[in-house]
Design a protein around this ligand. Sequence first.
Ligand SMILES: Nc1ncnc2c1ncn2[C@@H]1O[C@H](COP(=O)(O)OP(=O)(O)OP(=O)(O)O)[C@@H](O)[C@H]1O
Ligand SMILES: [Mg+2]
Length: 335
Amino acid sequence: MAFALPNLFGTGARRTVDSIEPRRTFDDVILPLSTRRALDQALVQVTSYDLVFNRWGLGEKHPSGLALAFNFAGPSGTGKTICAEAIAHTLGRRLLIVRYAELESMWMGETPKNVAAVFRLAREQRAVLLFDEADAIASRRSTSVEQGFQREGNLVVNVLLQELESFTGVVIFATNLAANFDPAFERRIRSHVLFEMPGIGEREQIWRVQMHPTRTPLAPDVDFRQLAESYEASGGDIRNAVLKAALAAAAEPGPDSAKVIEQRHLQEGIREVMAARRVMRQSLFDAAEALSRDRTLDAILSIERSVSRRTTLAGLAAGIAFLLALAALVTALLR
Ligand SMILES: Nc1ncnc2c1ncn2[C@@H]1O[C@H](COP(=O)(O)OP(=O)(O)OP(=O)(O)O)[C@@H](O)[C@H]1O
Ligand SMILES: [Mg+2]
């Protein structure tokens, strides 16, 4: 459901804020053991919290400083969003997904106001709140207030801290980096759950859960173990590969009833996904390198400018000193 706050709901394919009825559960998620353990601990906090503060009404009696804030950190496609959905499902709540990077870039100057509006909506819907792509919030509260965007960044964190103080529910921040949290913000985070890339065993199961348990037609040669061993893919990569493979299998000639997904479709799918990821990573790397080259160039230019400024100043001082000495000499001679 796209929500109805006046200025947050773009019409594009990726809306800034989405409110969804969660459908996916923890049965749909395959996690490495360490991630599973950290998440279980978070879940215990969440479920007992719901019991004590919502069903037993103590949240109404003690309404401040009760938000349960978690940070889900890890590479793209490792299951952060799907786990937030599963948590909301466990609690029987809606999930309000805020794509923070877009909210900030689309509504420059309005971000603090929109963050407050999002919390208001989460309260109204009694929803679990997920700040997706939240790296920008996490690592930002600068002491320098020179630039507009930094000032706005500080404001956003201040608004978030205030809202967290009065929110009685679950808030999840999803970050790709192990972000440097602002210390005041860090204090509000109950747990950091690290989402790691899946190992071979997990990958094999992820391949399996991406298929419909009864309706997806698989050829007898399909071998998930072999795919898991051959490709170091994330869950997100596997999902994309399965969809590509299914579309390729469906496009084969012949009657639909004879169509099945074969191993070669899955292999081609995952190869394409991994190749696209390499291209993406390379272009990001190139961009980062160009940026750092620009920065180095800027640094060199600024050193040059400062050296040449100093040289000019030194020249000026020497000139003045020479004129003063000349004046003193003339005065002495005239006497
Ligand atoms: N651990 C997993 N188990 C099962 N499926 C997974 C897992 N991780 C990812 N997937 C599949 O990949 C899709 C994308 O995963 P998800 O959106 O949860 O990743 P993410 O960590 O939030 O990535 P991003 O950082 O890019 O937002 C999921 O919808 C799911 O189909
Ligand atoms: Mg996500």
